[in-house]
Design a protein around this ligand. Sequence first.
Ligand code: CA
Ligand code: CA
Length: 254
Amino acid sequence: MHTTSFLVLLTLMLSFKSFGSREFKKIKLNQYKIITGQTSDGFQGYFSIIKNGLTVFEEREFGSYYYIKMKDVNGDKKIDLIMTQWTGGAHCCYNLTIFNLQNGMNKLAYIQGGSRGFQLKNLDQDESLEIIFWDNPIDYLFNSFSSSAQGKVILKLKNGKFRLAPKLMKSSINSKDVQEMRLEIKKEFRSDGEIPHSFLKLLMQLSYSGHLDFALRLAEELWPKSRAGFSKFKLEFSRALSGSVYWREFYLAI
Ligand SMILES: [Ca+2]
Ligand SMILES: [Ca+2]
């Protein structure tokens, strides 16, 4: 390309970048400026961390939206930056990045979540927050997305890194809840049509709290006698769980 044409094109591109975008949010944290927004064509979302006028971190992706929050995540009494990316799909996907912007820019966490968002809560006695999100190995496997169910995963900060927290995920069986759900499932589960959400929800709850064997026994009991395909369901369900990195690590740890 001729040098002059290149310079004209570059000028046009730069002016489009500066005038052709919408800022959604701009915050300051220590010596950093954090901006989220979208280019004027409406398709490219961006997230930038700027220090002294220079972009030190940036993510841009077509279709994505970036959301930011500030909170002390690691319990050092200093505010951290929490960024969630939604890739813009109807049911997928949410990704979480947590930055510590105290002494330079450090990533505390990057988690690829599934079809639902993230929660940050302190679930135990220490100072730091745990990350809660929903694993989705069976989304679309047995029925539509809205009837599917996800498994609750908890990550805990340990030696500077977020790791699976099997002790926080494991819980005892709540017999009263199980009995209530059992009655609901029996009403909804028919010999044809979709596998009910209530059934998958109960199995996922039990499987992600340490009770796969109980879940599979219950599934057999609740599966209508007039309905074919239980063995296939059981195999596919177990296979899907084994295919999940989080569930497999949880299962091996408990
Ligand atoms: Ca902090
Ligand atoms: Ca904690």
